[in-house]
Each structure stands twice: as structure tokens, then as C-alpha cells.
Write a protein that binds this ligand. Structure first.
Ligand code: ADP
Ligand code: MG
Length: 336
């Protein structure tokens, strides 16, 4: 199969299908570039993420899961911005043309695209070590994107779903962690099939002051919010209640110190971390409860650094006993 046949067979999703997913495709796959109409009154939100085999997913990951994850991590960025997905492009580097692999990959991609109504409008196909870049595009009403920079002292910190499952799944895969078989499967699924929290984002965006998706670990990503939201003279910190970290049943069965480390520092969760001003909290929780959505947990609050009496005037995160919490790296898990 040649490159053009491959594009025609797998990645030229037919026009009707694409149109059922998204509006505004004046021209999709087939020319030198796509031509897209952005609705009046909206802003285009765009994000790109690359997945490299052995770095962003274990080498034995199923093609179907890779197709899912490559799109899911980008949808998660759109969710974090409060954007509605519309279109994506796909740059695929393949070591060889393997039709079984391509069938699985395309199915994983297409199923998720259908679920979140995002159309494939172009891309690039090359030969080399397996790598997948997806650029996702979506809309927000003008001026309404959720940013990292809107957190204030006193805001309540919330997170969707549960934390640390994907990190546990990865450590189990690397043979650094023993899990009961059902828990191992559950955690591996959380690693391979992250769920972009788009439905949740549609509610959160009307209440949150700031938002980020948790891809590098809670503490790391919280630091991004604190840094982006601080100004000169206003250094922000956070106080977390470690008993409130949302843990799945599988993580509750682990040693609790280890589970806490996974929840605080593990990557690949793709949950949303966001701040809610106190005066909007009750309304926010009511709005969430009216819909069938994944649960949200209040894990602490944003503070000003002075109130934590920290020597370090940079961003500062402490637990309920005022003990500093520092992002732990990978190595920590190897030493367990
Ligand atoms: P060019 O050489 O002009 O860049 P290509 O041959 O790379 O064009 O691509 C031809 C058409 O196929 C373009 O519309 C491009 O967007 C699309 N395309 C190429 N690879 C992919 C892919 N992996 N997924 C979706 N569309 C693709
Ligand atoms: Mg061209």
C-alpha cells in the first residue's frame, strides 16, 4: 500500500460522517490544506500533543488504545479550556504499513471522535519510529476560555474523578508494583483509555476561576495554576487535605502512603483540576448534581503564601498539617 492509498483507506473519513461530527468544514482531507469556518462570536482554541512509543505509552499498548489516547489527551486540553471540540489534524509516523495495526488505531480514534463529535480534517503521514501528533481545535464564546490564571486566595480547589490510577497502572506494567488482577486491569485501562472530561467542563466553565488538566501529576499541575494566577506582591499557595484526595477502590486497597504518592505525583490522569470562588461553590455543586457526570472532590483551597508562613516565598503547597508537599518524580516509585 502506498501513502496515498493509506490516507484514502484510513484517514479520509467520508464527508457525510465528518459533517455529522462537526460544522464548518468548507474543505477537509484531500487538498493541500483544510478550509474551516469559525462561527461568528467564537474564538478558535487549538492544542497539539505528540505521543511517542515507549515514552508516552508502553510499547505493548494495543493500537486501538493508542488511537484513543492520542485523541483523548488533546480533547482533555480542550476540556481544560472550556472549549467545544470541532476538528483535528493527525500527523502519523509509522515504522511500517501494518493493516491490522492501522485498523485498530483507526477504530480507537474514530470511536472517540464520534463520542465527542470532532472531525478529522487533515494530517501528514511519514515513515519512522512510531509517533502520533494530533492537533485539536474547538471553540469558546469570545473571551470565555478557562485559563490557568484566574485563581484567588480563598478559592476552593476541586478535581474530577479519581487520581493516581494511571500511575499505578504504569508501575504495575513496569513490574514495580503488585496489584490484584482486577485492579491491575482497571489501572491499566485508566492508563490506556483516559477519558477527557468534556461534559464536566461544560458545567465547570460557568463557575471556575481557573482550570488545568492533570497530565503531569496533581502537584506539578497545581503549581502551574499557582504560578499563572500569582502576580507581583500576590504569591499564591495551596493547602491540600490529603484525606480528601479522590482514590479509586483499587488505590484504596494499596498501601496508603503509596496511593497518596500516586495521587499527588502520578501522571496521565487527565482529570480536571480547577478553582471555584467560595461564593459560587453551592451553585456549582447543585449544577453538577443535576447531571450524570463523574464526581468532583474538594481537595483543599488556594491560599496566599504569607498565611502559610513559608520561608520560601515562591509557590507553596502544604497538607493539612502544614507539611510541604513537593512534586515527587518517577524515581520515587522505583525506590518503593
Ligand atoms: P502535501 O504533500 O500537500 O502536504 P499530503 O500528501 O501530505 O499533502 O496529504 C494529502 C492530503 O491528505 C491532505 O489533505 C492531508 O491533510 C491529508 N492527510 C495526509 N495524511 C493524513 C493523515 N494521517 N490523516 C488525515 N489526513 C491526512
Ligand atoms: Mg501539498
Amino acid at each position: 500500500m502506498r501513502e496515498f492509498d493509506l490516507i484514502a483507506r484510513y484517514f479520509s473519513w467520508n464527508d457525510d460522517f465528518n459533517k455529522s461530527l462537526a460544522q464548518g468544514i468548507a474543505l477537509g482531507v484531500g487538498d493541500d490544506a483544510a478550509v474551516l469556518d469559525v462561527p461568528a462570536g467564537s474564538q478558535l482554541v487549538t492544542s497539539i500533543d505528540t505521543l511517542i512509543s515507549g515514552v508516552h505509552f508502553p510499547k505493548n499498548t494495543a493500537a486501538h488504545a493508542i488511537g484513543h489516547k492520542a485523541l483523548a489527551v488533546n480533547l482533555s486540553d480542550l476540556a481544560a479550556m472550556g472549549a467545544t471540540p470541532a476538528w483535528f489534524t493527525l500527523a502519523l509516523t509509522l515504522p511500517e504499513i501494518n493493516t491490522d495495526w492501522l485498523d485498530g488505531f483507526n477504530q480507537g480514534l474514530k470511536t472517540l471522535a464520534q463520542q465527542h463529535r470532532i472531525a478529522l480534517v487533515g494530517g501528514d503521514t511519514t515513515q519512522g519510529p512510531l509517533s502520533i501528533s494530533i492537533q485539536a481545535m474547538g471553540f469558546v464564546d469570545k473571551g470565555k476560555a478557562m485559563l490557568r490564571s484566574g485563581a484567588k486566595a480563598g478559592d476552593r480547589l476541586y478535581v474530577t474523578g479519581s487520581l493516581g490510577d494511571a500511575a499505578a497502572g504504569l508501575q504495575a506494567h513496569l513490574d514495580n508494583l503488585e496489584l490484584p488482577e482486577a485492579d491491575r486491569q482497571y489501572c491499566r485501562k485508566r492508563l490506556d483509555y483516559p477519558q477527557a472530561r468534556l461534559a464536566e467542563s461544560r458545567v465547570i466553565k460557568d463557575y471556575a476561576g481557573s482550570c488545568i488538566d492533570v497530565s503531569d501529576g496533581l502537584l506539578q499541575d497545581l503549581t502551574h495554576i499557582l504560578q499563572a494566577s500569582g502576580r507581583s506582591g500576590v504569591k499564591l499557595g495551596a493547602k491540600l487535605d490529603s484525606c480528601k484526595l479522590p482514590l479509586s477502590a483499587a488505590l484504596k486497597r494499596l498501601d496508603q502512603n503509596l496511593a497518596r504518592q500516586f495521587a499527588l505525583s502520578g501522571g496521565d490522569d487527565y482529570e480536571l483540576l480547577f478553582s471555584i470562588p467560595q461564593e459560587k461553590e453551592a451553585q456549582f455543586l447543585e449544577a453538577m448534581a443535576r447531571r450524570e457526570l463523574v464526581g468532583v472532590s474538594c481537595i483543599g483551597e488556594i491560599t496566599d503564601c504569607e498565611s502559610l508562613m513559608s520561608e520560601d516565598t515562591a509557590n507553596y503547597i502544604v497538607d493539612e498539617n502544614n507539611t510541604p508537599l513537593k512534586p515527587a518524580g518517577y524515581n520515587h516509585f522505583h525506590e518503593q
